[in-house]
Design a protein around this ligand. Structure first.
Ligand SMILES: [Zn+2]
Ligand SMILES: [Zn+2]
Length: 443
């Protein structure tokens, strides 16, 4: 596993959680490919696996049961399936096929996919459930991550910039959300979306090879290179989204070569922000740079008709009541008002108040303390961003007008696409989004 705060001097192996305890799996099927050759290791035994065989693992009575090469086995824990020889290079679709893996865990777009993984798969028991980890060299992981986030027509500079960002974020290893489970990251948007070699492309392999071992460094530390889909025109500062001290390379900055005239500072001011959200400035992520209906060919994970730079969302009373019950546990019968109490430099709300009536008819207030809580509480599908204005309508619904998609700190994926289409190279792109950092090859 990665060690926080340590800059590796050779390419590390990383452990990616594919099936987590919260997924509640008690069985899983894995298909062995025709090549290369694989073996299974458990309880000190090694068994060669037949090409094309499907292995079915099931948890019951404190053990994991499975059959391989026509025989049944039981292991208490820790089953490793690995290629007999280390993989020097990976190809699209190479590896072990795992059936019905969750994609979009915890989100409205959650679905089950069959995914293929290079490297080693480790099946473990966690209480009465199964867990699965994919262990592989970080550069192979990065090739796959770039593809999972990007569409096929992506310019090379964008894939390279995305790969440098993902590598830096991984190696900075600050979040460690799943470290207690022995995982460096999970396979989903909670960390970075990773679907193995399933959608791997020649381009993303190139993107990783071209930037092999390159990371962003600030004052002798690898940058915690956060990124999101669209900043909405101005990048947000780290400290306005997450707890802890500011990071100098994640700062409030226009996502443009020059500050747009529409940006009246600061956007934490309600009037300035209201004018901003109603404008369409010329920035790298603006539809003036790339029309939003053309995004799909570059960024795989966007909707065909999505509007991200500026968006509107009408939320009815019943919808809002149901979200507040579900995500805040509130006893609420009607919502009187939503007010923004504090905004960051991109206009992202970092504190908001919901005034409501409870089932006794009493007036109450719920304070949403950060960007994530605001996006989570107010919309069943998770709001695009917390940079929005609220207007209460005559029918008691709320009309939200917003900017951007995601937290807006660091690299703006749609903006980085805009830059790459304007022929900026990957180095120029990452240095734009992480000002003050340097790009360095560490292994
Ligand atoms: Zn995660
Ligand atoms: Zn942007």
């Amino acid at each position: 596993m990665l060690q926080p705060g340590i800059i590796p001097d050779k390419e590390p192996l990383i452990r990616v959680g594919i099936i987590l305890p919260e997924d509640r799996y008690t069985s899983v099927s894995i298909v062995i490919p025709q090549s290369p050759a694989y073996q299974i290791d458990f309880s000190g035994r090694h068994v060669a696996l037949e090409a094309g065989a499907e292995l079915y693992f099931k948890y019951s009575r404190d053990s994991i049961h499975f059959s391989a090469s026509g025989k049944s086995f039981t292991a208490p824990n820790d089953i490793h399936i690995s290629p007999v020889q280390d993989e020097k290079q990976i190809k699209p679709g190479q590896g072990l096929l795992v059936k019905n893996v969750i994609s979009g865990r915890d989100f409205h777009w959650k679905k089950y996919i069959n995914a293929v993984y290079s490297g080693k798969l480790i099946i473990q028991r966690h209480k009465d459930r199964l867990m699965m980890i994919n262990e592989l060299p970080i550069e192979h992981y990065l090739m796959c991550v770039a593809t999972s986030e990007m569409g096929a027509a992506c310019p090379e500079a964008l894939i390279e910039a995305q790969t440098i960002t993902a590598r830096s974020w991984m190696l900075a290893n600050v979040e460690q959300k799943h470290v207690a489970l022995g995982m460096d990251v999970c396979n989903d948007d909670c960390c970075q979306r990773y679907q193995g070699t399933t959608y791997l492309t020649a381009q993303s392999i190139e993107g990783a090879l071209n930037t092999y071992g390159q990371v962003l460094i600030y004052k002798d530390k690898i940058c915690d290179a956060r990124y999101s889909k669209s900043c909405g025109g101005v990048m947000e500062a780290y400290e306005n989204i997450w707890p802890g001290p500011a990071l100098p390379y994640l700062q409030i900055k226009a996502d443009a070569a020059e500050e747009p005239p529409e940006w009246n500072k600061p956007l934490s001011d309600e009037n300035n922000f209201s004018a901003w959200v109603n404008s369409v400035p010329q920035t790298f992520c603006s539809p003036l740079t790339i029309p939003e209906n053309e995004l799909k060919q570059y960024l795989g994970s966007v909707d065909e008709d999505g509007q991200y730079f500026r968006w509107q969302e009408k939320i009815t009373q019943p919808e809002l009541i149901s979200s507040l019950k579900q995500f805040r546990g509130l006893d609420v019968t009607s919502v009187l008002n939503i007010s923004i109490l504090e905004r960051g430099g991109s206009g992202r709300a970092k504190k908001a108040a919901v005034d409501y009536t409870d089932s006794n008819g009493s007036s109450r207030q719920d304070i949403l303390q950060d960007e994530y809580s605001i996006r989570r509480a107010l919309h069943k599908k998770f709001l695009y961003s917390s940079a929005f204005t609220v207007t209460k309508m005559e029918d008691d619904s709320f009309n939200l007008k917003g900017a951007g998609w995601g937290h807006g700190a660091g690299l703006c994926q749609i903006g980085a696409l805009g830059m790459s289409l304007k022929n900026y190279n990957s180095r120029e792109i990452v240095l734009h989004y992480y000002p003050g950092s340097i790009l360095k090859r560490i292994y």
